[in-house]
Design a protein around this ligand. Structure first.
Ligand code: GAL
Length: 645
């Protein structure tokens, strides 16, 4: 059964309230607690001088109350004495400015002496607590990349990049050829001449940028692995977890997850709605709920990260946050809804950030389950309600595979390096396709391009600019509806145009060639039947008839057997029609859900979530079945669940 938990900072509170806190957590229905991830200055106040007593007592008190503990390594917050002892350990931004001490994440992933310090503190913690029966899992560091900290232009990163290039290319001539450095006399005579791609006069070579992004991502992978390799042998049987972020593509989460047991993420639906690309209309409509697909998108993405499909929510927004432009309170019911929605997507844990609102420092305006005066905040009441619902629903099975959506971090880096039109944003493209699938009531698994495809009934590839021949071969073996989106197969692995033009190797599955591409500025639209194409349109040469065409006759969707190609940014009505057709051909039930309603199936349970401010009559949107939670008139911010049959 899904567990509930919270993030707790005993070092922020007088010791005489720890016991009461632990007791109240249990009363609220929580059973796991994450601690420690920012506590370096209290664990090691000066070099080599460890103070474990307070943490020993905190762990004992929480454990005595019956709480299971997730212990964080404190490497996201190196203390002042450490930074002062090696001032060049900080990351350097694109403008060449070092990031200073005074908040968090002030380190560069490539700084080898800092890695030594991480090794030291992680080893010390693992040796002290690795076998402690209360510790059930470890969280490595905290939110890799938060505050724009993946790509660093430091001296340490420069040295690391040169080594990475030498490993990859062996000889600098190979690098010159791969990047096309004859262009603008950019050729190098040795790897030691290559710098990070910042502060160039005009744009740097996109192949240079893409390799730098690959390098930066690999640095995160090895940084994380360093900690996991210390923790695993010293803490047998405990889960290795990292807490990923929302709408974040700066490193390859699939590769990092190869070293983890559980991929967790930090869910702040209202903050994400406010900070990302959503329209003003959407921001107002969903201001207290979050867009109906924000949380689900990440649940489905992170479920696809660890080999066993294990995932959780390490931080759940319990009320207003402090960090978005505007920070409204969730509608009554939303904290419960978000919790149960994570359950409907198969989470093992939803842990609220944080137990009690801090009265001091940067996050004093960030709500907790308790107010700063220790009274229960609205989020705390809803956590308790969710705990009761989870008990009522009992054990739930697993879901059969239905739609696979292929997601590539490398694609995000490539399109950032060369968007060819400001509004061509990969994450948005993927999200729009995901939303269209959800509006049809489909269950989606977001998976890596090299993940197994067996048993999926339908496959969506929003775009895969570097298309591996092996994926094309695997697709050729499948006989289920597949859609490839714009710019698929348009680039080689070295970031050059495919010799046969786009869609490159995909031409083996569908005989067409993209002869010209255009990006469209806001306000420009190419007219189709019941839709406008915006942002991006391709001209396609082919003998195939088109399935969907613009008024001027240019084809937008083509198909060859079960394979479809979409030659534009996806207009909502068009993509829903195409997906509905694919889904029906695949034998899946297709719904036409109202804008604010989402459904999901887990085992033999069906869930419905109302993201709107009005009641919705569910009867039209549920197949026959017996309601076991909620009513068929589903209230604003309400949840219903029923068993099919
Ligand atoms: C997360 C972070 C937490 C806390 C929280 C506030 O990004 O991991 O430490 O800062 O945001 O919403």
């Amino acid at each position: 059964m899904m567990k509930l938990g919270c993030c707790y900072y005993p070092e922020h509170w007088p010791e005489d309230i720890w016991t009461e806190d632990a007791k109240r957590m249990v009363q609220m229905g929580l059973s796991q607690v994450r601690i420690g991830e920012f506590a370096w200055s209290r664990i090691e106040p000066s070099p080599g001088q460890f103070e474990w007593d307070w943490l020993d007592r905190a762990i004992a008190i929480l454990a005595d109350a019956g709480m299971e503990i997730i212990l964080g390594t404190p490497t996201a917050t190196p203390p002042k004495w450490l930074v002062d002892s090696m001032p060049d350990m900080v990351a350097v931004d694109e403008q060449g400015n070092p990031r200073k001490f005074g908040s968090r994440r002030h380190y560069c992933f490539s700084h080898q002496p800092y890695r030594e310090q991480c090794r030291r503190i992680t080893t010390a913690m693992a040796e002290r607590y690795g076998e402690n029966p209360a510790i059930v899992a470890w969280q490595t560091d905290n939110e890799y990349g938060c505050h724009d900290t993946i790509v660093s232009y430091s001296e340490a990163a420069k040295i690391g990049f040169r080594r990475w290039l030498a490993d990859k290319y062996d000889h600098v001539d190979a690098l010159n050829t791969a990047w096309g450095n004859v262009f603008w006399s950019m050729e190098y005579r040795s790897f030691d001449e290559v710098d990070p791609p910042n502060l160039t006069v005009t744009e740097p070579n996109p192949a240079h940028v893409l390799d730098y992004r690959r390098f930066a991502s690999d640095e995160v992978v090895s940084f994380n692995k360093l900690q996991v390799d210390i923790l695993r042998p010293r803490s047998p049987g405990r889960d290795m977890i990292h807490n990923y972020m929302g709408f974040f593509t700066e490193f390859d989460h699939h590769t990092v997850a190869k070293d983890l047991d559980v991929a967790s993420w930090d869910s702040y639906p209202l903050g994400f709605l406010e900070q990302f690309w959503f329209s003003d209309e959407e921001k107002l409509r969903y201001t207290r709920q979050g867009h109906p697909d924000i949380a689900a998108f990440h649940h489905d993405l992170y479920r696809g990260c660890c080999a066993g499909g294990r995932w959780s929510v390490m931080e759940q927004q319990p009320g207003p946050v402090n960090w978005a432009r505007y920070n409204p309170a969730p509608l009554d019911g939303m904290v419960r809804l978000w919790t149960l929605e994570a359950m409907a997507h198969g989470a093992e844990l939803v842990s609220y950030f944080r137990w009690r609102q801090a009265p001091f420092a940067q996050e004093q305006m960030h709500a907790g389950l308790l107010r700063p005066d220790s009274e229960v905040a609205p989020g705390g009441d809803e956590a308790a309600m969710a705990a009761a619902d989870i008990q009522q629903l009992g054990q739930i099975g697993e879901t059969a595979k239905s739609v696979a959506l292929l997601f590539s971090y490398e694609a995000a880096w490539l399109f950032e390096a060369q968007p060819q039109g400001q509004s061509f944003r990969y994450l948005e493209l993927v999200f729009e396709m995901y939303s269209a699938l959800r509006e049809l009531g489909l269950n989606v698994d977001i998976i890596a391009p090299d993940a197994p495809l067996d048993d999926y009934k339908m496959i969506v590839v929003p775009s895969l600019p570097i298309l591996s021949p092996s994926l094309v071969e695997r697709m050729a073996q499948m006989n289920v509806p597949v859609l490839f989106g714009p710019r698929t197969g348009s680039k080689t692995a070295d970031f050059a145009i495919e010799a046969d033009l786009a869609p490159g190797p995909l031409q083996q599955l569908i005989p067409l060639k993209v002869s010209r591409v255009e990006s469209l500025r806001p306000g420009m639209a190419e007219k189709g039947a019941d839709y406008d194409v915006t942002r991006w349109i391709e001209t396609v040469e082919t003998d195939l008839p088109s399935d969907e065409a613009l008024e001027d006759g240019r084809g937008v969707v083509f198909s060859n057997g079960s394979v479809r190609y979409l030659a534009s940014w996806p207009p909502a009505p068009l993509i829903k029609r195409v997906f509905a057709d694919m889904g029906k051909k695949a034998g899946m039930a297709i719904y036409d859900l109202p804008r604010d309603l989402r459904i999901r199936q887990l085992g033999d349970l069906h869930f419905a979530f109302n993201y709107g401010t009005e009641d919705i009559d569910l009867t039209d949107h549920m197949q026959s079945g017996k309601l076991i939670l909620g009513d068929s008139l589903i209230k604003s911010a309400g949840v219903a669940a029923w068993k099919a049959g």
